[in-house]
Design a binder for this molecule. Structure first.
Ligand code: SAM
Length: 248
């Protein structure tokens, strides 16, 4: 059999394309791309000729596509899976084919590379030894508040993806749910010419977002709860002794 290869693509700076990505674009038998126009745009920037067949593989069709792509793998093909930017499967298509390849016992591997999660986390200056990636915050205010409140006691550093359309509302809710004092970083336009990292407390970053609305792509990194905050946030639980007392 051939192989499925997930490959990360640049998140802004074409020079971050790995030599392995370039070789795969040239030589893979099939390239399954989230958006075929963006794939060709990337290939152009890299000066690469995409040698194989190019097929669209996006959120709306990836479940249906997985088996036909894997049939090709079974026949010996290398199927390259790329998303518009960064690591496939990370808030991007790719997981459907990985799961199906595992089910069918077909080889799947990865040509790793840029992903905004790790870039932002590393630049945030916040603890990296334990972190959780939470994708995009819920769109609706009420769901976002409920969700953020449920995260208040999280001890690990928290990474969220965010969009310029919702950043002001999300910062309002973050301030309301977590209070002003937590450290955080707003990391925007990573790897691009106007990369900017705003570091401060939630209160300070909130103010900076009001005064100077950030544009472009962005990631929020929030410091985890202190032990005290985590204890305050924890639901009141009864000790074994208290439970025994109640059972009497
Ligand atoms: N698969 C991608 C990855 O591995 O990072 C993520 C795709 S997700 C649809 C797009 C989101 O990733 C953006 O809304 C933003 O939150 C984040 N992102 C992607 N590129 C970025 C960049 N250059 N700077 C800051 N955030 C970025």
């Amino acid at each position: 059999a051939g192989t499925v290869v997930l490959a990360a693509t640049p998140i802004g700076n074409a020079a971050d394309a790995s030599a392995r990505l370039v070789a795969l674009l040239e030589h893979a038998d099939v390239v399954a791309a989230e958006d075929t126009r963006r794939l060709y745009a990337l290939a152009n920037r890299l000066g690469v000729h995409v040698g194989g067949q190019v097929v669209a593989n996006h959120d709306h069709n990836e479940h249906g596509k997985a088996d036909s792509l894997l049939d090709r793998v079974e026949q010996g093909a290398t199927v390259l899976v790329v998303s518009d930017a960064g690591m496939p499967t990370i808030n991007d298509p790719g997981l459907a084919i990985v799961r199906r390849a595992i089910e069918r016992g077909l080889p799947v591997t990865c040509a790793p590379g840029p992903s905004a999660v790790l870039d932002a986390l590393a630049l945030s200056g916040l603890p990296t030894d334990r972190f959780c990636y939470e994708g995009f915050l819920p769109r609706k205010h009420s769901e976002r508040m409920q969700y953020l409140r449920s995260m208040k006691g999280e001890r690990r550093t928290i990474v969220f993806y965010e969009t310029l359309h919702r950043i002001a509302d999300s910062m309002d809710d973050l301030l309301a749910a977590f209070g002003p004092d937590r450290p955080m970083a707003l990391c925007r336009e990573l790897t691009k010419e106007y990369e900017q990292i705003r570091r401060g407390t939630i209160g300070e970053i909130h103010e900076s977002v009001v005064n100077d609305p950030p544009r472009g792509e962005m990631v929020l990194v929030i410091g985890g709860a202190s032990q005290e905050e985590a204890q305050q946030a924890a639901p009141q639980s009864l000790s074994v002794q208290e439970l025994a007392q109640l059972a009497k």
